[in-house]
Design a protein. Sequence first.
Length: 363
Amino acid sequence: MANEIKPIVSTDISAMGVVVGNLMTDLRQIIDEARIHVASTANYELTMMYWHIGERINRDVLGNERADYGKQIVATVSRHLQNIYGHKGFDVKSLYRHMQFATLFPDSQIVSTASRQLSWSHFVELLPLKDELQRDYYFTLASANRWSVRQLRKEIDGMLYERTALSSKPEDVVKQELANVRDNKVVSPDVVFKSPYFLEFTGLKGMYSEKNLEDSLVAHLEQFILELGNGFCFAERQKRMIIDGEDFYLDLLFYHRKLHRLIAIDLKLGRFKAQYKGQMELYLRWLEQNEMEPGEETPLGLLLCTEGSEEQIELLQLDKSGIKVAQYMTELPPRDLLVQQIQKSLEVAKAKWECEGKEDEDE
């Protein structure tokens, strides 16, 4: 018969499956990308709306010296806005937050650019931070690394800024480093490395060996990399180096994408000892000669110890050798005690910087 329907053979079904599969892949990509774009655009507009609302109210309220006048203005405006647009984002508490937002982030162009990476929820996490440099640090790194709100909250709670070498340096140095990250996408080791590192995820308590620590870090590699920070890529463990016919082994070898360097990590139990410098220098020079690729910077070393030896570290001038020393903790003390310890270390480091600055001025 002329109009007889031909049966679909298995080869046709197979070919159709491939076509449908490819079509669905492309369609899902189109839809997902559009949804992301819509969400991103909506977030951008929402964030900028809140900034403009805060900035406009500030012009009237902050220009008047009477505090009660400002409260009355905000309360009245809030009531009118809620009657028109509903409660969300326009209650008194929210309006004060918008005003704080515009005050702490006065440059609309910077806010506009950052809002393409950061959501309003990111800014809500940043607003309670009292110190301007601390706030700028988290703002810059969250934008540059596209941190989620959860990641930003984790880094703030974990006192990431206070644990970096950057936090102990003079204000102008910190601002310059952050400007380099923000404007030139250039990251320095002082922004990358920190101390102490929190390694409680290893589950190690009491007595353990360097091998136990290394095994546990490799077993929990994802968590270890998260603690190290953005940009670290695992390369190798127990890196073998043959020097003068003798075998040497580096505990862990990483590569940092933004520093464009190999990072040699050696794990130590107990306090830092002066002889660790020579050992790490040997590793770094070998890596430079045998592993460094064209266009890369010279390798850096990180010595992880349970305790530092500040005077030895200072006398050895480890920074000039490309070596960092950091403390690690496999058991975290109570938060209050931890905060005290970090703040004390910060005060000591800042005092040292101020002393060196005065000596330079006297010369």
